[in-house]
Every structure is written in C-alpha cells, then in structure tokens.
Design a binder for this molecule. Structure first.
Ligand code: F6P
Length: 323
C-alpha cells in the first residue's frame, strides 16, 4: 500500500481532527501518500479528494469538529453511488481507506470492502460511545465534560429557585452520555433508552428526595429514552405534581462541539497511528479500538451489530447516589 485515503463521516465528534492528524502523520512516517476525502462518502462520490501535506494538519489537534467536514450520504447507500466512489478512488490511485465515524460510517466501509476489495479500517468516532470493540469512542469524554459543565450551571439556578429540571442529553439509542453526565453531576435520576424507568418510580424518587430536604433536583434524560424525551416526561410529572416548578433544558448539539479533552486527543492519536499500522499489517475490514488499555482490532461487522451494553454497575451506583 502506497496511497491511502482518510475521511470523517456521520455526526462529528471532538477528537476527529486529532485522529485525522494521527493518520496523516503515521502515513508520512511510513512513506505513504495520504489523501483527504472531504464530506465523507459524499466527497468520495463527488471527487472532493485532495492530497494532504503537513500544513493541512497544522493546529488541528486541539480543534473541535472535523476539518475534512462530515456528511450523511444517501447516494452511497446505492450501488451506483458506491461504483462512482470507487472510480474516483481509482483515479487517484488510493488503495486503502481509514474511515472515522459511527456505525453508519463503518457499515459503509464494510460494504465498500466487500464489493470492491478496497482495504478499509474503521476508527470509532461518535460522542454516543455506542460501538462494540472499544471502551470509549472518540468524542465521548469531551461530550460528557461539556454536558456536566452545562448541568452544573443549571443546578445553580435550580437551587436558587427550588425548581425541578429535566435536562435532555444526546444519545439517540444509547444512554452512555446520560449515565456519565448523571453520575458526574449528582442527578436525581437518569433515564436511558436501554432501561425502563416508569414515571411512578421517578415520582417515588422525587418524594424521597423531598423528605430528605434536597435543595435541587436535576433529572437527566437521554434523547432516545424509553419513557420519552425530557419534555414528555416533564409534562407527565407536572400532571401528577402540579405544585412543582418544572423547567426543561435540551442540551442538543453543543455536546458535539468544543476542543477535545486530553483523553480524546490521546485516544484519537493512538487509534490513528494504530489504524495505519493495522492497514500495513493486512488488518482489513476491522475497527480499531482500545479495551483495557490495549489496542484491539474487531471485525467491523461485529462492531456495528453487537450491542455495546451499558454498565449495570454504573447504573447501580447512580441509583445509590441519587436517593
Ligand atoms: O453523533 C450522534 C448523535 O449525536 C446522536 O446522539 C443524535 O441523535 C444525532 O447524532 C443527531 O445528529 P444530527 O443532528 O447530525 O442528525
């Protein structure tokens, strides 16, 4: 392999720039040409592909977002779109790919490898942390820090006004951000997509906390929660407790931005270098992750199909701390 391409795809995540930089630097170290494919698979189809040099990656390690930009490509889902993308890669002589993104992005890499035999390696880049085969995904740590910082501020005003706040965090199908942010911000309860948390149980919890004369109540709700989003739950609770002064805050996309934490910078750097070395050692159609501090290569198919389970122990601890 002499020429590789790198792209970011799907929802962006802090640390993606650090990952691209590591891929490019490792590529240069191993005397490869590295091409940046802009806007994910869209750029592959539209031939938005440029050779990267050391200037392209100067001062990107510390920046949020992705300088290669990101997109969700409908056309890449079609055979015709993928064929176009393949022709473009061929025209640049690109022989292998590093794909940074979540499950949708890795699915694309897997399909592309199967159909055209282009060696591809995936890097887990999503704030949701919902990929099997790595303890943490790139961006998750920063997103949790951002959420906790915001919730701390909400708690100040919640306490001043004796209000009950429902704070919605991201995680369409996964409660990892909610659990971490909830434990880290002393939440009264944490509602996640993976577990039922009936409104009655929440009411009981709030009553216990009232008796204990808690000064404020902040409930964390993952956007894909089984009992509904923060608005919906707040509405149900208000019906039962009309006397409660209830407010809802949806943190939204602010969780996707910002400078990556030291953890995410280091994780992304390790994974970026390992991805290039993996490709050079014939590790194709795999995602590179870190489990118990060790670099691990997991077949992409497993990484996207196997469910990463939330940590029951963390949930138990959160339960003890919130009552
Ligand atoms: O990056 C993952 C994620 O943040 C999900 O938690 C969320 O539902 C989704 O992306 C929203 O992304 P977008 O607004 O880009 O469609």
């Amino acid at each position: 392999i002499k020429k590789i391409g790198v792209l970011t795809s799907g929802g962006d995540a802090p640390g993606m720039n650090a990952a691209i930089r590591a891929v490019v630097r490792a590529g240069f170290y191993y005397k490869l040409d590295v091409f940046g494919i802009y806007r994910g698979y869209e750029g592959m189809i539209n031939n938005d592909i440029r050779k990267l040099d050391s200037h392209s990656i100067a001062h990107v390690l510390e920046r949020g977002g992705t300088f290669l930009k990101s997109a969700r490509s409908e056309e890449f889902r079609t055979e015709e779109g993928r064929k176009k993308a393949y022709e473009n890669l061929k025209s640049h002589g690109i022989q292998a790919l590093v794909v940074i993104g979540g499950d949708g992005s890795l699915t694309g890499a897997h399909l592309f490898y199967k159909e055209f035999g282009i060696p591809a390696i995936g890097l887990p880049g999503t704030i949701d942390n919902d990929l099997f085969g790595t303890d943490q995904t790139i961006g998750f740590d920063t997103a949790c820090n951002t959420a906790i910082e915001a919730i701390d501020k909400i708690r100040d005003t919640a306490t001043s006004h004796d209000r009950l706040f429902f704070v919605e965090v991201m995680g369409r199908d996964a409660g990892f951000i909610a659990i971490n942010a909830g434990i880290g911000s002393a939440a009264a309860a944490i509602l996640i997509p993976e577990k039922k948390f009936p409104v009655e149980k929440l009411i009981d919890r709030l009553k216990i906390r009232e008796k204990a004369k808690k000064e404020s109540n902040v409930v964390i709700v993952a956007e894909g929660g089984k009992s509904g989003g923060a608005q919906e739950i707040a509405h149900k609770v208000k019906k039962i407790f009309p006397g409660y002064d209830i407010k809802v805050t949806i943190l939204g996309h602010l969780q996707r931005g910002g400078a990556p934490s030291s953890f995410d910078r280091i994780l992304a750097s390790k994974l970026g270098v390992s991805a290039v070395e993996g490709l050079l050692h014939g590790k194709y159609d795999v995602m590179v992750g870190i489990i118990n501090n060790k670099i691990v290569f997991t077949p992409i198919k497993r990484a996207i199909v196997d469910d990463k389970k939330v940590d029951e122990e963390e949930l138990r601890i959160a339960g003890i701390l919130s009552t």
